[in-house]
Design a protein around this ligand. Structure first.
Ligand code: TRP
Length: 336
């Protein structure tokens, strides 16, 4: 069996990240760290989904800057262009094109049931049509690459399920065209919560500067934020996400960064102070190389641009074939 044949049989992983530009510990422990391990085992494609960013108001210069920063973030977090295909969604025109065919496969009713659309559009006076059809574009992202596994957070489960439904419906109506992806939620989902409001997921630092650990925070900032993290007054060391959400978050973070079980971490401490100190040290240890790589890569934008260009080239090689298959299946007349 030649290398190409072997490659074709390898499980393919695809995931996308919106260009928020700001990567924090939640993204890292919840996604990037797992993906850098996955890239050694699977055929991985990672995409900065800039077209998805257009579904809400965003300043053009900001979008450009954040798209670039997010790509740097992937590299800093350990995604290696020699192992993975890293690219920007709008560089591969097939995404927008297949998205239209997906819009004509999914139904209006299905899209109205998407909870993320309801959440994001609910309070707004003006909602872009693209926000409504967002899942069709996401389905195109996934199906273009014959992805078997799509590691995403729990909040994306419904979008992943609709991508599966679209693939199944399309295959039934037009013949086998797409690989139906599994719903592969992370093997161990490290859900990192806000340090000040542990009932919320950790998110962009502009929303919660003290509650979010940015991947580029200095060791002092990390220590400061962890020391000030909200816990509770009873001081009892026990894992209780309902009753003691702040402590539970610290315990889970410690377990995630050290690879230990939560029970094991609980057994190791009697007081919150030493747990916080050790957690700050452990975080510094995992984040230091990320910071160093970030500095290295951001000092060379030309190099990043050319990496992304090669990524787009590789991605387009796959995407163009799938798109051609889909266009043919639905009956679009081929060019002579
Ligand atoms: N919707 C995803 C999110 O908000 C991002 C995304 C877009 C994505 N296309 C994708 C994730 C394809 C996985 C696969 O996080």
């Amino acid at each position: 069996m030649g290398a190409a044949a072997y490659h074709a049989r390898m499980t393919r992983v695809f995931s996308g990240v919106k260009p928020t530009g700001e990567l924090h510990l939640g993204n890292y422990l919840g996604a990037f760290r797992q993906w850098s391990a996955d890239q050694r085992e699977f055929d991985c494609l990672f995409c900065v989904v800039d077209l998805h960013a257009l579904t809400v108001e965003i300043d053009p210069a900001e979008l450009r800057r954040k798209t670039f920063q997010t790509a740097v973030g992937f590299l800093a977090a350990g995604i290696e262009p020699d192992l993975s295909t890293l690219f920007v969604q709008s560089h591969v025109h097939e995404h927008a094109e297949l998205s239209w065919i997906m819009e004509c496969t999914v139904s209006y009713g299905e899209l109205t049931r998407m909870t993320q659309f309801k959440d994001k559009s609910g309070s707004k006076t003006s909602v872009r049509a693209g926000l409504f059809t967002y899942p069709a574009l996401m389905a195109a992202d996934i199906l273009l690459y014959d992805a078997d596994r799509v590691p995403v957070g729990e909040d994306q489960r419904q979008h992943l399920e609709i991508a599966r439904d679209i693939a199944i419906r399309f295959n039934n109506r037009y013949g086998e065209t797409f690989v139906v992806p599994e719903v592969a939620l992370p093997r161990f989902a490290a859900r990192v919560m806000d340090l000040q409001h542990p009932e919320n997921k950790m998110s962009k630092s502009e929303d919660s500067p003290q509650g979010t650990i940015d991947l580029l925070d200095s060791p002092d900032e990390i220590r400061h934020k962890i020391r000030r993290a909200v816990t509770d007054a009873d001081g009892e060391m026990r894992f209780d996400p309902e009753g003691k959400p702040g402590l539970a978050n610290l315990l889970q973070m410690m377990a995630a960064v050290t690879g230990r079980s939560v029970d094991d971490v609980v057994d190791g401490y009697e007081q919150y102070g030493p747990l916080k100190d050790d957690l700050a040290d452990a975080l510094d240890e995992v984040l230091r190389p990320v910071r160093e790589r970030w500095e290295l890569f951001s000092s060379d934008p030309g190099e990043i641009a050319s990496m992304l260009d090669q990524g787009a080239e590789k991605a387009a090689g796959i995407a163009s074939k799938t798109l051609a298959r889909a266009k043919d299946a639905v009956g679009l007349l081929p060019r002579g």
